[in-house]
Design a protein around this ligand. Structure first.
Ligand code: B12
Ligand code: SF4
Length: 647
């Protein structure tokens, strides 16, 4: 994927300087006039001339990937979209470069590498920094728990070469948010001389860069209890070469951070807080316009719960203006909660603002499980109302479903998926293991109780069974996870999803492609669709250091075999879904309806299995009725359709 260091950087520099960046350029400062745009990466010949007079402070930002079950780094020819964490940190450092915070004689140069689409050549980074007297640092960015072991593997040779390394992201922040003392995994990094950054870097980057340039980085920067405001915060930014290694014209940004709810498996509330902090509508417009100028018009707004962004309405209003008055055809995927349809105008304005897809944390259809996870806002009696409100708006739905809650058994979970298929108008369903992610209350409670937790952080990716379960062995739990995808994505049900979607006016060809991705990712690539990409790349040497480097004569034949088999399977699956799509598309004029699509009625609580399949479901119905009586009917669901503002 990469050539020599100089060549690689020169290639990148050229892309940055030639103005092909998909992300906006800012006005050039005196520094950037000399060394190129923003990141200040110079062409080789400029570098030589400039270096006689000016110093370069070299920063290499790496968003690490993690290892698959065979120990190889998960890396793709193209990843789905740019990493928002990388864009955020890059933007903040770029802003420091623009403001020349290290003084007028020092240029700050940044290179950004997303390991999910680019091979990290540690040897070349070492050579590059060594040539610069190690004046600079390597930042490991947005490091999740599952990426933490990989991060330390990248950090080790860098530290051995005397290069400063800083690790930030959800693992460090989550651990320090939940445990006042530095735990063994973080201590391991500190012992290597790695600097840890906890909390958010908005407003803190100047300090970090100045310390790094002075050679006096602290072991730990802990801002976890001091979350910055986001109004007017620096805009996330990535140079064009990073963005072009992703599949489509989609990018990400966060309009806000924080969620008011208290789900016990959630890390977000402990790291980013429960208070809504948000960018202003002006900030959002700026981000959208600049991307739009560069041909990017599809966005994933990464807020974990956009419905609880206190400024959702002014932000939607601004986007509606951009779409309806200024003619910008921008479209979005957002994440929301299961009560969002009850916020007056939310769904209607989402539709006008170009939201075409939503992701919902459905998690489970058993109220006792939801209660155990403190997910009290998820009411099964609201699920159909909520889904029908989105469908009426022609917006397609992704939902996450967690397997392995305390009351789940392999049989109950299989039955639940069948109920969802029959009674809930959902499009894409994705499955996860219940995982005690570091940073969550679950993790802290289990740790403090001494429950055995899998010690390999690489597995904390929501795709592994990591704790004992009361009703399932590890093998049964893993089998359930694999089966769940196959149970949901049968040919018959894919046809049903497409028929329903067609009735609601959704683009079913696009939906069929996404279904292909979600239905086949685990079976073919052995990774969750959210970790997937286009054409898996592997290098013999990119293996966990605990595992041996495979000999050439076994590695390459196996790789070639895997490649051929995988692509044959993708082709077969694509053909089969294409045939279903063609069959459905041909009957576009034939009216279609089924049980899931029927409007919510008074008596369905007695008829639908969703409400009758177990004691806790029946109790939830009784509870909803009581609330309705107590509120004099103000809380009408589940007995009448949602008042979602949709005509
Ligand atoms: C967007 C997102 C994704 C996208 C990523 C693509 C993209 N375009 O960004 C998708 C959907 C693909 C995804 C997938 C996964 N994700 Co995700 N994702 C998120 C989400 C919602 C936002 C990330 C983000 O941009 N945050 C905003 C940035 C600005 O915050 P940040 O990364 O913490 O960075 C700040 C600070 O930490 C600090 N900082 C960070 N790095 C550095 C470095 C230096 C040098 C310094 C000084 C500072 C610094 O400064 C930054 C700015 O303030 C988070 C939840 C969240 N609210 O963050 C989950 C989250 C990060 N994901 C998580 C997980 C588990 C995954 C998956 C493993 C799950 C799965 N099986 O799908 C995969 C892994 C795939 C992968 N290769 O990353 C977990 C991680 C939990 C943990 N303890 O590790 C989170 C927290 C959600 C959760 N369930 O709890 N994800
Ligand atoms: S609704 Fe989502 S973001 Fe909010 S606490 Fe629950 S899991 Fe976390």
């Amino acid at each position: 994927m990469t050539a020599t260091a100089t060549h690689e950087f020169a290639e990148r520099d050229h892309e940055v300087m030639s103005g092909n960046g998909c992300w906006p350029r800012r006005p050039k400062s005196a520094t950037t006039e000399l060394v190129g745009y923003g990141a200040g990466v110079m062409l080789p010949q400029q570098r030589t001339e400039a270096s006689t007079a000016r110093k370069r402070f070299r920063i290499v930002l790496i968003k690490p990937s993690h290892y698959d079950d065979d120990g190889y780094v998960i890396r793709w020819f193209r990843s789905p979209m740019p990493a928002n964490s990388l864009a955020s940190v890059y933007g903040l450092i770029d802003d420091c470069a623009q403001r020349q915070i290290l003084g007028p004689d020092i240029d700050i140069e940044i290179t950004a590498i997303d390991e999910t689409n680019t091979r990290v050549r540690v040897d070349r980074i070492i050579a590059d920094l060594r040539a610069n007297d190690n004046f600079g640092f390597v930042g490991l960015v947005g490091v999740q728990s599952n990426q933490y072991p990989r991060s330390l593997h990248i950090a080790k040779p860098l530290r051995d070469a005397g290069i400063a390394v800083i690790v930030g992201g959800f693992h460090v922040s989550g651990m320090l948010a939940m445990f006042p003392n530095v735990m063994a995994d973080l201590q391991q990094a500190l012992d290597m001389g790695v600097t840890l950054f906890a909390g958010e870097a908005e407003g803190r980057m100047d300090e970090v860069l100045r310390d790094a340039a002075a050679g006096s980085l602290k072991p730990l920067y802990n801002y976890i209890d001091d979350l910055p405001a986001l109004e007017d915060a620096v805009t996330p930014f990535l140079p064009g070469n990073s963005v072009r290694k992703t599949i489509g014209n989609v990018t990400t940004f966060d309009a806000g951070r924080g969620c008011p709810f208290q789900c016990s498996f959630c890390t977000i509330i402990n790291v980013q807080g429960r208070k809504s902090r948000r960018r202003s509508p002006d900030d959002v417009e700026r981000i959208l316009r600049k991307n739009y100028e560069h041909g990017i018009d599809r966005f994933f707004i990464t807020d974990d719960n956009f419905a609880r962004n206190k400024d959702w309405e002014p932000i939607f209003d601004r986007i509606i203006k951009l779409r309806e008055q200024d003619g910008m055809d921008v479209r979005f995927l957002i994440q929301v909660d299961t009560l969002c349809h009850k916020i007056p105008n939310f769904v209607a304005k989402a539709k006008r603002a170009g939201i075409t897809r939503i992701f919902i944390g459905l998690e489970n259809i058993n109220p006792d499980n939801l209660l155990a996870a403190k997910k009290r806002q998820n009411k099964i009696t609201e699920y159909r109302n909520m889904l029908l409100a989105w469908k009426a708006a022609g917006i397609w739905t992704y939902a996450g479903y967690i397997l392995g809650f305390p009351n789940d058994t392999p049989e109950s979970a299989r039955r639940d998926i069948e109920i969802i298929k029959k009674e809930m108008p959902l499009d894409v369903l994705e499955f996860f293991f219940l995982t005690p992610l570091p940073g969550s209350e679950d993790h802290k409670v289990l740790f403090n109780k001494g429950v055995p937790l899998d010690p390999d952080l690489n597995k904390y990716d929501l795709e592994h069974a990591l704790t004992p379960h009361a009703h399932m062995s590890k093998a049964e739990w893993e089998k359930l996870y694999r089966d769940a995808w196959a149970i949901y994505y049968t040919g018959e049900h894919i046809e049903t999803i497409l028929r329903r979607a067609q009735t609601y006016g959704i683009n079913i060809l696009r939906l069929a492609q996404i279904i292909l991705w979600f239905a086949q990712s685990l079976a073919i690539e052995k990774v969750h669709p959210l970790q997937g990409g286009f054409v898996r790349l592997k290098n013999r040497h990119e293996r966990r250091p605990e595992l041996p480097v495979e000999p050439v004569w076994t590695f390459y034949p196996q790789l070639a075999g895997e490649f051929a088999i995988k692509h044959a399977r993708v082709a077969a699956a694509a053909w089969s879904i294409f045939r279903i799509w063609r069959h459905v598309a041909k009957s576009a004029n034939v009216p279609y309806t089924d049980q899931a699509m029927t409007p919510v009625t008074e008596d369905e609580t007695q008829r639908f299995e969703l409400f009758t399949h177990n004691k806790s479901a029946r109790e939830a119905v009784v509870h909803a009725r009581k609330i309705k009586l107590l509120t004099g009917g103000a809380d009408q669901s589940p007995l009448v359709p949602a008042q979602a503002g949709i005509k």
